[in-house]
Design a protein around this ligand. Structure first.
Ligand SMILES: [Ca+2]
Length: 202
């Protein structure tokens, strides 16, 4: 492949014939900009926690995925980089709090319930999440919905609006677990608890 004319190194231009050589040759597509992580401090805006969390890497990050990789109720982050840079795993070590993780099994809707909207009523507040796992550049989140519940050990009501238009509600759900809910199923077995580490068929 021919060289692209005259490079202007004052602008940070460079050329490699193999993109996997970008890092080895000391180049960086984003001019070593540091990543940023922001903590949502309820009612007080966002706090820049990039440095204290170690998230302020200057690698060429391209995609980030949030998932609970240790099944401890705290969402961790995986950052993928361009040019052969290392995959970065940031383990969430914030103090533990209550949570509920939900997987969906559509029947009239698509199998994973993609596009469902879930609303949890917790201590008078409503938390709404949409199951939209492909909402990220060159990456995909786990097909699960995560609710961080703080001090609340129960969800007073969980409402699921399926892509088919069906609506289901569940009252008084215990927190700190991963459950699977099947569209249209009612009764005591409607909410199936998943054992940590258990493989859930897609
Ligand atoms: Ca975790």
């Amino acid at each position: 492949m021919p060289l692209p004319g005259v490079l202007d190194r004052s602008l940070g231009e460079f050329w490699v014939t193999n993109p996997w050589d970008i890092v080895d040759q000391g180049h960086n597509l984003s001019a070593y900009e540091r990543k940023r992580a922001f903590l949502n401090v309820q009612g007080q805006g966002f706090l820049d926690i990039s440095y204290v969390t170690g998230a302020d890497s200057d690698g060429d990050g391209r995609s980030v995925v949030a998932g609970d990789f240790r099944h401890d109720g705290r969402l961790d982050l995986v950052v993928r980089q361009v040019g052969g840079g290392p995959v970065l795993l940031y383990e969430n070590q914030f103090p533990r709090a209550h949570y509920l993780t939900v997987s969906l099994r559509g029947t009239a809707s698509n199998r994973l319930g993609i596009g469902a909207r879930l609303t949890a009523t917790v201590s008078g507040r409503e938390l709404t999440r949409e199951l939209y796992p492909h909402n990220s550049f060159r990456s995909q989140m786990p097909s699960r919905v995560h609710f961080g519940l703080g001090d609340a050990a129960r969800i007073d009501r969980l409402t699921i609006r399926w892509p088919s238009g069906a609506v289901q509600t569940f009252d008084n759900l215990a927190a700190d677990r991963h459950v699977v809910i099947t569209e249209g199923r009612t009764g005591p077995d409607a909410v199936e608890t998943v054992t940590p580490g258990q493989v859930i068929p897609p």
